[in-house]
Write a protein that binds this ligand. Structure first.
Ligand code: WTA
Length: 656
């Protein structure tokens, strides 16, 4: 975050209570009600979650124990049996919701489709039967590499239906990144499409799958299921590749949901951390189902009349929890959008709001800042009166962007829910409840009932009000990640050993810095580790560095985030070359393209600065703090006495 943003957040005093009309119709309609729930959960977490699990979900068999906590390993609803796809689909079919829109899809260019719960159920059953026909069994893993089309959600739900796990890989990742994830997850089947539409362009997807799988690159993959979307000509490998529509035609519409153990693997989602290799975040069935269900219901005050729209991609946790599973488990109408605002159609989001009468709109601060730049006249020219709640996620929102969102999009009447959470947490951790919480622009406000959050120093001691510290969670919650796939030690090390235990209790370390103000509001300040946040996408600086040094010309690379007005941060790379070569503009371009090939366009450095040495401590550690200052064009701040060779700094300051 920029200094200006931090300062404006520190000054932020405005509060926005829900209007009496809003509060009157909300399911949680006052701070007293919130406090009662919070205290009830704190006093008896097992009782609180058990009551909700019983009320809100269908179980084939009840659990024996609510929580088995062997820090840092949790099991929720031990021996309970349920099926997430059953909870998202089947149970609505015996109600009037059978013919309610489950998914509304607004595609490109001008395509659209609505699937009722009955229709979605049918297609999920068919795809599940196709999986079985292709030899996918309970416990196998399916890789999903898709554009934003209904089949992406269908592919996920079909996995959950038969007890196969999924790993969705964002369609913007390169063939290399796809391959690394398919290998790590030991995928048996890949579901993809010929391509997708992205900002007036066709993005090929199947060719990346071919590249990942070539020369038996991922030996565990036997089959590839391909959805026809863009009608591009693609290669179909005989015996391996199958068109979805061909197999769907012969697939039965009957496929009972497999009773799954509450702790059975539901999905792995790869995310960036502080070391080079992305880690597979493991989520299991019962706790995830319950927590995404209840957070979606309360935070968005869901009603049967809502048209709910989350603009994330299904390739990220936000898409998993709050496009697919959370809304559908509640029987809500969830809108999926393939497009994005762009110069040729800058007002497309507001057209969609108007076209479908969207009532709840959930997006990222980076998108809001881009929309501000595009101009108020665009939303002002559309009827946005259907909106009743706005949401934001992905990074701290600067108060100016919050105010614009509130005034221009929300017409001053819509509560804004600023939801702080992570791939690892599965669902919202800090969030306002729209009918109860008086919001402050830039604050994610308070913990969700059942979440015990604190801000501490490295010794685990709570810090005073308005003092910065580390954001931690003190009690396990149902949708917490269970481990890093295949690496329990890494799970322990990354999340549970940074902060000293408090009263013998391990604390979950989120990787974010935060402070709490005198009214108890939480203000998340951003990552305190080597993770950067580019347009709400999480990137490990080490990951980008590994990509750079895999290029033969590069000897050493150090990547930092540089503040950017729209993206939050962008990728800035310092590079030393092999031998005595000086960096040229052409080489910089080549290295940028190399990063795109290794990871994907989201990781493309915006600038590469060549240098013949890095600023290092005497023990050889790169001093990233200095590089961050340099990238931001600031004076180098703080102590530089540990710097080994001070002349390096002068050279770096002068540029390459
Ligand atoms: C950041 C996305 C401030 C934070 C759901 C976190 C936020 C990381 C907020 C997780 C918010 C997310 N305010 N920061 N409302 N929401 N973040 O795993 O740094 O892609 O650790 O999950 O995004 O990113 P992830």
């Amino acid at each position: 975050m920029s200094q200006a943003t931090i300062e404006s957040i520190l000054k932020e005093q405005r509060t926005f209570p829900p209007s009496p009309e809003f509060a009157a119709q909300a399911s949680i309609s006052s701070m007293d009600e919130y406090r009662q729930l919070y205290e009830k959960a704190q006093a008896d977490p097992a009782g609180f979650w058990a009551e909700l699990a019983e009320q809100e979900l269908h179980w084939f068999q009840k659990w024996d124990q609510v929580l088995d906590w062997q820090p840092p390993f949790a099991k929720w609803f031990v021996n309970g049996k349920l099926n997430l796809s059953y909870n998202c689909l089947d149970r609505h079919l015996t109600t009037w919701r059978k013919n309610k829109a489950a998914l509304i899809w607004e595609g490109e260019p001008g395509d659209s489709r609505t699937l009722t719960y009955a229709q979605l159920h049918r297609e999920v059953c068919q795809m599940a039967n196709v999986y079985k026909q292709l030899g996918v069994k309970k416990g196998d893993l399916v890789g999903i590499y898709m554009p934003m089309i209904p089949e992406a959600a269908i592919a996920m739900l079909a996995c959950a239906r038969i007890g196969a796990a999924h790993s969705v890989i964002f369609g913007g990742f390169s063939a290399e990144a796809l391959k690394a994830r398919l290998l790590d997850a030991n995928a048996k089947l890949v579901v993809t499409a010929d391509g997708g539409f992205r900002k007036d362009k066709i993005v090929p997807l199947k060719p990346a799958v071919d590249e990942a799988l070539q020369d038996d690159g991922v030996p565990s993959v036997d089959n590839v299921l391909v959805v026809r979307r863009t009608e591009q000509k693609i290669h179909m490998e005989p015996g391996r590749d199958h068109w979805w529509h061909d197999l769907q035609a012969g697939a039965s519409k009957d496929c009972p949901a497999e009773p799954m153990d509450s702790e059975d693997l539901l999905f792995i989602l790869y995310t960036s951390g502080t070391t080079g290799k992305p880690k597979g975040v493991v989520h299991t069935t019962g706790g995830y189902n319950l927590y995404t269900h209840i957070t979606c219901k309360w935070t968005f005050d869901l009603k049967d009349t809502d048209v709910y729209w989350c603009t994330a991609d299904v390739g990220w946790i936000t898409g998993h929890s709050y496009i697919v599973y959370g809304p559908l488990s509640n029987g809500a109408t969830s809108l999926m959008f393939e497009g994005a605002p762009r110069p040729s159609n800058p007002g497309c989001l507001w057209d969609v709001v108007e076209k479908y009468g969207v009532t709840i709109f959930y997006t990222a601060p980076t998108a809001i800042r881009a929309l501000i730049k595009m101009g108020e006249h665009l939303p002002n020219a559309r009827d946005l009166s259907s909106l009743r709640i706005l949401g934001t996620v992905g990074e701290p929102i600067n108060p100016e962007a919050w105010m614009w969102y509130h005034r221009v999009i929300g017409g001053g009447r819509c509560p804004i829910v600023d939801t702080w959470w992570q791939t690892e947490t599965g669902g919202f951790m800090l969030t306002p409840l729209p009918g109860a919480t008086a919001t402050k622009p830039g604050s994610a406000t308070f913990p969700f009932p059942g979440i015990i959050a604190d801000i501490v120093d490295l010794e685990g001691n709570p810090v005073a009000d308005n003092q910065g510290g580390y954001l931690v969670i003190k009690h396990p919650w149902p949708s917490m990640m269970r481990t890093v796939y295949g690496d329990d030690e890494r799970f322990r090390r990354t999340y549970w050993e940074h902060i000293a235990p408090q009263d013998g209790q391990s604390l979950y370390f989120a990787g974010d810095g935060a402070r709490r103000d005198e009214d108890g509001y939480f203000w998340v300040m951003g990552r305190v580790d080597d993770v950067i946040n580019v347009s709400g996408h999480r990137l490990g600086t080490m990951e980008v560095e590994s990509a750079l040094v895999s290029h033969p010309a590069v000897a050493e690379a150090a990547v930092v985030g540089r503040p950017d007005e729209v993206k939050g941060e962008d990728v800035f790379a310092f590079v030393t070359l092999e031998g005595s070569g000086d960096g040229s503009e052409a080489l910089a371009e080549e290295l940028k393209a190399h990063v795109v090939k290794e990871i994907g366009a989201i990781a493309r450095p915006s600038e590469i600065r060549f240098t013949d040495a890095m600023p290092k401590t005497r023990s050889g550690k790169i001093m990233r703090r200095l590089l961050r200052n340099l990238a931001a064009g600031q004076e180098v701040a703080g102590d530089t006495s540990t710097l080994e060779d001070r002349s390096v700094l002068d050279k770096l300051r002068g540029g390459a």
